[in-house]
Design a binder for this molecule. Structure first.
Ligand SMILES: Nc1ncnc2c1ncn2[C@@H]1O[C@H](COP(=O)(O)OP(=O)(O)O)[C@@H](O)[C@H]1O
Ligand SMILES: [Mg+2]
Length: 239
């Protein structure tokens, strides 16, 4: 992952797809990669959630609310000023896009209502806006976008990422995504994608791990074949 990041810093966009069972260590690897690439890098984190698979763009909404500071009680004027600043940061036209951002972030400003449009049209416009904003940010320096737990992604968020992937080769950006399942072929950009799969531990590695944690407390007589766990195992399972 670090070698892919070095390519990104040389202006060659990368996609790293990390898959493996729950608890195998995907997030830990992502975090240690993040820790090693330097504090000055722009890092955007998108966390998919099993509770919000039906909420369009949920990971982006959460990320934006946090990064532009919309968490907690605030006046509408304060929220508008922050949304406006965010648009300006990416060089986007404020008058044109503010109503869309208000809609996305639920900023209830009567002067910034969206003109009538179908939900489908609104989603398409949001994907286009967010994709452009992302690409604009990569012009200021390398960006690491972490997308965690793609098994729970909502379809609009996935469309947004696929849109971004379409231009990744020209962007100073690395998309680092984790997934319990294999990634769909839509995520693969020929020549720019690295697939990493964390396999389950072998029996021997599992035994070494358990031994390292339990040490002498683990009795040699503790075998899976025994119908009722012997005393030594019972005392371990209570701890
Ligand atoms: N290399 C490692 N050494 C020690 N603990 C680890 C290691 N990798 C993962 N863990 C721990 O295992 C647990 C599950 O790891 P996590 O990265 O959250 O898995 P995943 O994201 O694949 O579900 C966490 O508590 C994590 O700190
Ligand atoms: Mg994880």
């Amino acid at each position: 992952m670090l070698s892919r990041w070095r390519r990104t810093a040389d202006s060659e966009g990368q996609v790293v797809l990390l898959s493996g069972d729950a608890g195998i260590g995907k997030s830990r690897l992502v975090q240690s990669t993040r820790d090693r690439i330097g504090a000055e890098v722009a890092v955007l984190r998108y966390q998919c959630s099993p509770l919000h698979q039906d909420t369009a763009l949920f990971p982006v909404i959460q990320q934006l609310m946090k990064s532009i500071g919309l968490v907690g009680e605030q006046s509408i004027a304060d929220k508008l000023a922050k949304a406006q600043q965010w648009l300006q940061m990416g060089g986007l036209d404020v008058a044109e896009h503010l109503p869309l951002v208000c809609h996305l972030l639920q900023i209830k400003s009567p002067e910034h209502r969206l003109p009538d449009a179908s939900p489908h049209q609104i989603r398409d416009r949001l994907v286009a806006l967010l994709s452009t904003q992302f690409m604009n940010l990569t012009k200021f320096g390398p960006v690491l976008a972490i997308v965690e737990d793609v098994q729970w992604i909502d379809p609009t968020m996935e469309n947004l990422l696929i849109d971004v992937l379409g231009s990744i080769e020209h962007a100073q950006a690395m998309i680092l995504a984790t997934n319990r399942d294999a990634f769909s072929p839509r995520w693969h950009v020929a020549g720019y994608t690295t697939n990493l799969r964390l396999e389950r531990l072998s029996g021997a590695d599992s035994r070494r791990l358990i031994q390292a944690i339990a040490g002498n407390r683990l009795s040699r007589i503790c075998r899976p074949a025994s119908r009722r766990a012997p005393r030594a195992c019972r005392s371990i399972s209570r701890n």
